[in-house]
Design a protein around this ligand. Sequence first.
Ligand SMILES: [Zn+2]
Length: 275
Amino acid sequence: MFQSCFSCPVCKSPLFYDERTVSCKNGHSFDRAKSGYVNLLQSNRKHAAIPGDNKEMVAARRAFLSAGYYAPLQQAVAEEVKKYAAFDGATILDVGCGEGYYTKAIAEAASNANIAGIDISKSALSVAAKHVKSVQFAVGSVFHLPVADNTCDLVTELFAPYCGEEFARVLKPGGVFLSVIPGARHLFGLKTLLYDTPYENAVKPFSLPGFTFLGEREIHQTITIQNQTDLWNLFSMTPYAYRTKREAQQKLLSCTSLTTEISFWILAYRVIKGA
Ligand SMILES: [Zn+2]
């Protein structure tokens, strides 16, 4: 039996792992899936029967990321994690960790840290838990993290919903928050193919209430997607998959390669804890 990074969603006591379950001292017990993640999402916090990315979306994402197109971002995230939380006993929380592509790099960059990943999607976590054994994964909501106050040295959030109050709550005093957001021209080549008048992404000012801005890092490259499968997988993992008309999707299907910019910002913040 050993203590997890998580707290009980019912009574907020620390949760302990044993072979099959995760439980607190007050007898609240949560099953672990065969792959190893634990479900800490209470049914009253669920807004859909199957929240988050479904199996097909997770598989598309995993296939696309495994092909290495976003490796420059993965590498840069690992470097930033090293800068802030590579010390012994650090606790790192990856919020909205998905199928674990970046979580794996975080775990390798901070191999002496305790690392937890939270996502709303069971399908994503079942893939993540299979591939990244050194990380504790839990199904949970970004807006009600099953994590105690003042326990994390670093919170990372890549393209996940933002909840500043929750991130600040779980961070220790002096703790760091790393956020990754798409840049203005991210996937502009894909948008040009799909839309008559493609727009650049709006990038908000970097400052966040409750945090001191430490600095930014831009990752900007031009990549060529080399085959139809990778291209379709990329499309499936973007928000465009929901809002693109069939005729535009047909254009995509007749395309065998695509050159596009990819662009990301990694933003670093230190939490300001109330006096
Ligand atoms: Zn409990």
